[in-house]
Each structure stands twice: as structure tokens, then as C-alpha cells.
Design a protein around this ligand. Structure first.
Ligand code: S6P
Ligand code: ZN
Length: 203
């Protein structure tokens, strides 16, 4: 039996498998893809302008995540893969963004690779120092351990990026949910600016 892929004809052999995951038509395709949708109503504690937030439709989708977990959560040595699709928008002057988290096992690192759009990766260490890296198609971002990470969409189109992280990393959302990052990303005169967030007290 023969099959045609990549414009070549192969003789089918038992030890050549089809790929288990494909990123196709802007979607992750495969078995057991975990899908999460975050709407504004799920993100009440992350945006600074509470008045602007209250005036918006809570059903507005802010981001979606499609992930593949080929091993059980907490498997030491395993890896997870996911794609985040973050929609354009703002709450007041603050750009749509992800919740943001530290990893539960604090020293676990991660890679982000931008697929489409224009964004910003906010990184905060455990002493509360926050910096940002520009995200653009093809940009690759190493997120060191012990570093909280959050992405914001600063463009007019969807920001999408793939992520690779250790299966035992886990997610600790509590600190960020309570204190936020020490800097917030807002639009000023049409440009993204990092501003001090005076309410943050990490330690
Ligand atoms: C997982 C990785 C991403 C985020 C996703 C949503 O470690 O960092 O897949 O989960 O971008 O962000 P958040 O902060 O809501 O999990
Ligand atoms: Zn992470």
C-alpha cells in the first residue's frame, strides 16, 4: 500500500506513524485537545479600571487556549504544548491580557513562540520586578523559572503564540490574582506603556 504526503509517495510501513498533532487552519488538531475559553466575566480581578470593566459585556471572549497533555499532569520529565489566542481589546486603557501565573514548582521554565499578531510578554520575578518583551511573529521568548508571566495583545488582530512547558510545572494563579503584577500595560497616545501598579506588595 502507498500513501502520498509532502508530494512524495511512501510505501506504508508499520513503524511510520502519522503526526499526532498538527497546527492547521489556525487550529490545533489531534486527539484529546484540552480547550479553555476565558471571558471578561472570568477575569474580574486582573484589570485595574473596575469602572470600565463593569460597563463591558462579561461574555466578551478575551482568550482561548488549546493544549495537548500527552502525559499525566505532574509527570516529571514530561512536556506540555499549548496555543493561546488572545483577542484585541482594552478595559479602559489596559490591553486585553491573560491572567498570568507563577508555576507551582517555581523553578520550572517555559518557551513562548509568537505565531501571529503583536503583543507584549510581561515577566515578574519573585521580588516584584516587572519587565516586558515585545512579541511579534516569529519571536521566541525564554521564560526563566521563578518568574510570573502574562501576555497582552497590543495590536488590532489576534495575538497567537505556542507554549512549551514541563508537565510537572503546575499553575499558581493565587498571588497574581491577589496582587497583580507590579506594572500594568496601558495605551498612552496610541502606544503601549508600562506603568507602576502601586497596589502590588509581594513580600
Ligand atoms: C502555560 C502557559 C500558557 C498559559 C496561557 C493562558 O504554562 O503559560 O499556555 O496558560 O497563555 O495564560 P494563563 O495565565 O491564563 O494560564
Ligand atoms: Zn506558564
Amino acid at each position: 500500500m502507498t500513501e502520498t504526503h509532502f508530494n512524495k509517495t511512501y510505501t506504508t510501513m508499520n513503524d511510520i506513524a502519522e503526526p499526532e498533532l498538527i497546527f492547521k487552519d489556525q487550529k490545533l488538531v489531534g486527539n484529546n485537545i484540552d480547550k479553555i475559553t476565558r471571558q471578561l466575566k472570568d477575569l474580574g480581578d486582573i484589570f485595574s479600571d473596575k469602572e470600565a470593566y463593569a460597563a463591558m459585556d462579561g461574555n466578551t471572549v478575551v482568550y482561548k487556549v488549546e493544549s495537548s497533555f500527552p502525559v499525566a499532569h505532574n509527570t516529571e520529565g514530561g512536556l506540555f504544548y499549548g496555543i493561546t489566542y488572545l483577542y484585541p481589546g482594552k478595559v479602559g486603557d489596559e490591553y486585553f491580557m491573560t491572567k498570568g501565573h507563577f508555576h507551582s514548582i517555581r523553578n520550572r521554565a517555559e518557551y513562548y513562540c509568537t505565531l501571529e499578531g503583536e503583543g507584549m510578554l510581561l515577566l515578574m520575578d519573585e521580588d516584584g520586578n516587572t519587565r516586558a518583551e515585545k512579541m511579534l511573529p516569529g519571536s521566541i521568548h525564554y521564560i526563566p523559572g521563578n518568574t510570573a508571566h502574562r501576555t497582552a495583545n497590543v495590536g488590532d488582530t489576534i495575538l497567537s503564540f505556542s507554549a512549551f512547558w514541563p508537565a510537572d510545572a503546575g499553575h499558581d494563579y493565587a498571588i497574581i490574582s491577589e496582587h497583580g503584577f507590579s506594572k500594568i500595560l496601558v495605551e498612552q497616545n496610541g502606544l503601549p506603556v508600562l506603568m507602576n501598579n502601586s497596589s502590588v506588595k509581594l513580600k
